[in-house]
Design a protein around this ligand. Structure first.
Ligand code: SF4
Length: 226
């Protein structure tokens, strides 16, 4: 069974406009140089596995506070039995937000069609071409599943957002605008600043993130593209 490697009881940051609990899952098929969860990706054995029964018991005690549960990682859809876990959490009456890198469109489609997720946040890494996407994900990538996941979400059968972590040096302003033009989802395209604190590629520790005001301006501009 899929292992839960982290449990944050409450967060205002992980689901727009909602207070949620957050579950963390191990492993990922990408190697983004700016990944700050890389210990969960490469060395999940460092973390104890939290029994699902314990998580469910705690979720029940938080029920009157939280709006739902966010599943993040690592990459949750890396695990073939994620749907079973989602069904179990749903059975207990909680709304679910899924964070994904979009690499498993088949699972994403099935989860949406089965009504097992209520909100999906898909990380988009770079303009949608093999060179930029491979550079941002750390290996030679096949874009087809990413494009499929984007199309699945844009059908609008579930609430969604596309989220890009912006890393100076890796992403120029024109790259962000290019991606915005490819997505054309207006305010559903969210930019977030890169944190140099603990990146997978240590050389990125020296990168200075965008000025938040500048990033907000770029986000405003890119959200006007529909
Ligand atoms: S997709 Fe997310 S978890 Fe996976 S390597 Fe990239 S940043 Fe890390």
């Amino acid at each position: 069974m899929i292992e839960i490697k982290g449990f944050l009881e409450t967060s205002f940051l992980d689901w727009p406009g909602k207070l949620c609990s957050v579950l963390f899952f191990p492993f990922c098929n990408f190697r983004c140089p700016y990944c700050h969860n890389h210990s969960l990706v490469f060395h999940p054995e460092q973390y104890s596995t939290i029994p699902l029964e314990d998580v469910l018991a705690r979720l029940h005690s938080l029920r009157s506070w939280i709006d739902g549960v966010c599943l993040t990682g690592g990459e949750p859809t890396f695990h073939v039995d994620l749907p079973l876990l989602l069904q179990e959490i749903k059975r207990h009456g909680f709304l679910i937000k899924l964070d994904t890198n979009g690499s498993n469109p088949r699972m994403l489609k099935n989860l949406i069609e089965g009504g097992e997720v209520d909100f999906v946040s898909m990380d988009v890494k770079a303009p949608l071409n093999p060179f930029h996407y491979s550079r941002a994900t750390g290996f030679c990538i096949n874009l087809k599943p990413i494009l499929e996941s984007i199309e699945i979400l844009k059908r609008g059968e579930v609430e969604y957002e596309f989220r890009m972590t912006v890393v100076p040096g890796l992403h120029r302003e024109e790259d962000i605008l290019t991606l915005g033009g490819q997505l054309r989802v207006g305010r559903k395209f969210i930019l977030q600043n890169f944190s140099p604190e603990n990146p997978l590629n240590p050389s990125l520790k020296n990168i200075v993130p965008y000025d938040p005001k500048v990033l907000k301006e770029i986000e405003k501009e890119v959200q006007e593209i529909v």
